[in-house]
Design a protein around this ligand. Structure first.
Ligand code: G3I
Length: 337
């Protein structure tokens, strides 16, 4: 079997988020991917639990695995409003300058450590709340001010000028947020802030977002003249507002709908291959996904390309066999003529 990344080598790298604890279990499955994102091992709370303590053991092992298996590594994530250690914002009055120093230390130590192995970073993650048209109210913004984002990009660039620096966001297809992302990035570019790309997380479902909204989003983002990466792709079997939890396995209809959605989504990705520089799945197989228990505690989900037994699903073939389906369509077309 040809691996997925080989099928897509003329388009973009195919990546996967993986935790160190799953590396062995997914060893064979990971051969389909030529990029990895440590799912949690590079987050602030994991690598920098105390002000003068850094823990890189877990992330080092994942980076070493990637190096030995010729895979790219995406760094996720330097500045986020959650998964931060208590010391970062607490303690005696934390001033703007103190928090800037803490941010700079974290970014310079972490990015420098991997300057020869992590080619791109989600410098900031989820800085825009849904539907509000402004920067999210976070401790970063409250203590430093709105320029905390610019500072993060500058610290990362000063540490590793070669690294590609991304703003990573979810629900980018929503008009209000997309308007804000585009406007905000134009402001950053005007200020010569070193930003290289937009990370579109891509946490979708079999019914949302409408694929024309996705296409329109790429059309608009492509005008920014930045790289675009899909950074956390998964296709939930349930609409966000569907809190049903009676299914112990996906129905045939769900499996077919998911395969159709993945197929149409990837045809849009291939259409935008000139600006898309990576597509990363947020997980390898349905046996472990963050969507189990979210948003419904105790509910199983099946959002990925491989099933709970690590076997390829209909969704996998829907994106792997795109050339065959194109040939079939052409043959049907000629048959009708
Ligand atoms: O490492 C601790 C462990 O020591 C402890 O025993 C255990 C129980 O409390 O928690 C473990 O940490 C958990 C961590 O995953 C590692 O498993 C955290 O509680 C848990 O909150 C964390 O969840 C991650 C979540 O981000 C929050 O960081 C998910 O695995 C991860 O898939 C999810 O990924 C995020 C992206 O980073 C950003 N975009 C959204 C996406 C989904 O939420």
């Amino acid at each position: 079997m040809e691996y997925l990344y080989q099928i897509y080598k003329e388009f973009f790298p195919i990546g996967v988020a993986v935790g160190l604890e799953h590396l062995e279990k997914y060893w064979d499955l990971l051969k389909h991917f030529n990029s990895i994102t440590p799912e949690n091992e590079l987050k602030f709370c994991e690598v920098h639990p105390e002000e003068s303590t850094y823990h890189f053991e877990k992330s080092d092992k994942l980076v070493q695995y990637a190096k030995e298996n010729n895979k790219l590594v995406r760094g996720h994530t330097l500045v986020w409003h959650t998964q931060n250690p208590d010391w970062l914002f607490e303690g005696k009055m934390v001033s703007r300058d103190m928090l800037l120093k803490r941010m700079e230390d974290h970014i310079s130590v972490t990015v420098d450590r991997y300057k020869d192995s992590i080619y791109c970073w989600d410098v900031v993650n989820e800085i825009f709340p849904d539907g509000e048209g402004k920067l999210r109210d976070t401790r970063w913004k409250e203590i430093i001010g709105e320029d905390y984002v610019e500072k993060a990009f500058c610290y990362a660039h000063e540490t590793n000028p070669k690294a590609k620096l991304f703003l990573n966001e979810y629900n980018c297809e929503e008009d209000i947020k997309l308007d804000l992302i585009i406007d905000y990035i134009c402001q950053l570019k005007k200020k010569k802030i070193p930003i290289d790309g937009v990370g579109v997380q891509g946490h979708y479902s079999i019914v949302y977002p409408d694929l024309e909204k996705v296409r329109k989003m790429f059309y608009r983002l492509a005008k920014l003249d930045l790289q675009i990466q899909i950074t956390e792709l998964d296709i939930s079997m349930f609409a966000f507002e569907d809190h049903s939890c009676d299914k112990k396995a996906p129905s045939r209809e769900m499996i077919d709908a998911q395969a159709r959605y993945y197929s149409k989504l990837f045809s849009i990705f291939r259409e935008y291959k000139d600006v898309i520089t990576g597509v990363t799945f947020w997980g390898a197989a349905d046996d472990f996904t963050w969507l189990d228990d979210f948003p419904v505690i105790g509910r199983k989900n099946w959002p990925l390309l491989f099933d709970e037994k690590l076997q390829p699903k209909k969704a996998f073939y829907a994106i792997a066999d795109f050339r065959e389906s194109q040939i079939r369509k052409m043959e049907e077309l000629y048959k009708e003529e």
